[in-house]
Unconditional design. Structure first.
Length: 292
């Protein structure tokens, strides 16, 4: 069992809350993380005392934009430009899903072909309207990967109280941007606001994106601006129909969240029980670790 860890605040709660139930942390280095995220992930793994598996996407984002990835038939993929909402699926597969499938194959070595690998995810229904109907269990189509969402019904207030109660570390990226910062593919980004924010907070990082934009423009790619825009500010599509992937916390956080849960009469929102499903067992709940 792996605990998927992005370095964001929800991830730290998940990793701490479920620390007695999983074997190790799994972090996907998308190659688009803002400075400090990878270092925080490494330090958090030491702090919590859990093994860490870093899955490196390498130059997948660059090849997505400019092309050059070798296909099975030996040909090279064409450049598609920067992903916008309509191309988010391609970005998700290249940056995250392929790494999950790599970890899945590694985890099944020495086990039956019918064995399943459980991944814990920090998805919460309160994060966005898209996730408000998310089930407690998700499956990666055509694979043995099962995603369990133990914090599914936790509210933002629940998460804040837990972090404060247990004094969980917080990354600089999470404190500054209110997101994990581990993926900046820009597919669902609000370019006007986020471009300025990233340039102000991480000028050297965004200089790299601007250099890639220059290469995309020189290659004659229409969508040569981060976020899937062309030189005139037109976007590949403004459609939001394509749902973010299972692991896209940053994309989902850009969608408007549903209203928070109602108080229980005591003046405070009720804390939902942890839903933990392992090895096909029925859901169970228990006291908060370390809360005694």
């Amino acid at each position: 069992m792996w605990c998927l860890f992005s370095g964001g605040n929800d991830s730290t709660v998940l990793a701490h809350r479920c620390r007695d139930h999983y074997d190790g942390l799994a972090f996907i280095d998308t190659g688009t993380a803002v400075p400090g995220v990878v270092e925080f992930v490494l330090s958090f793994a030491q702090w919590i005392g859990k093994p860490l598996r870093v899955l490196d996407a390498g130059d997948a984002f660059r090849k997505l934009v400019l092309g050059g990835e070798e296909r099975r038939d030996g040909s090279l993929s064409p450049g598609l430009g920067f992903p916008g909402p309509a191309m988010h699926g391609r970005a998700y597969v290249a940056l995250k899903e392929r790494q999950i499938r790599t970890l899945l194959r590694e985890s099944k070595v020495g086990h039956s072909q019918r064995s399943r690998v459980l991944f814990l995810s920090g998805i919460r229904r309160a994060e966005s309207r898209r996730r408000s109907a998310r089930p407690a269990i998700d499956r990666l189509r055509g694979s043995a990967a099962i995603f369990a969402n133990p914090l599914l019904n936790w509210t933002t207030l629940d998460m804040l109280r837990y972090r404060r109660h247990h004094r969980l570390p917080e990354s600089e990226a999470a404190a500054l941007t209110h997101r994990s910062g581990e993926c900046n593919c820009g597919a669902f980004a609000s370019a006007a606001e986020e471009r300025a924010m990233l340039k102000a907070l991480y000028p050297e990082f965004f200089a790299g994106i601007e250099a890639l934009e220059a290469e995309a423009e020189a290659a004659g790619l229409r969508w040569c601006r981060w976020g899937g825009y062309d030189r005139d500010g037109k976007r590949a599509t403004d459609s939001r129909r394509q749902a973010p992937g299972l692991l896209c916390e940053s994309c989902d956080s850009r969608q408007r969240a549903p209203a928070p849960s109602e108080p229980d009469g005591s003046g405070e929102a009720t804390r939902p029980a942890l839903t933990l499903i392992r090895g096909g067992c029925a859901p169970s709940s228990g006291p908060m670790p370390g809360s005694a």
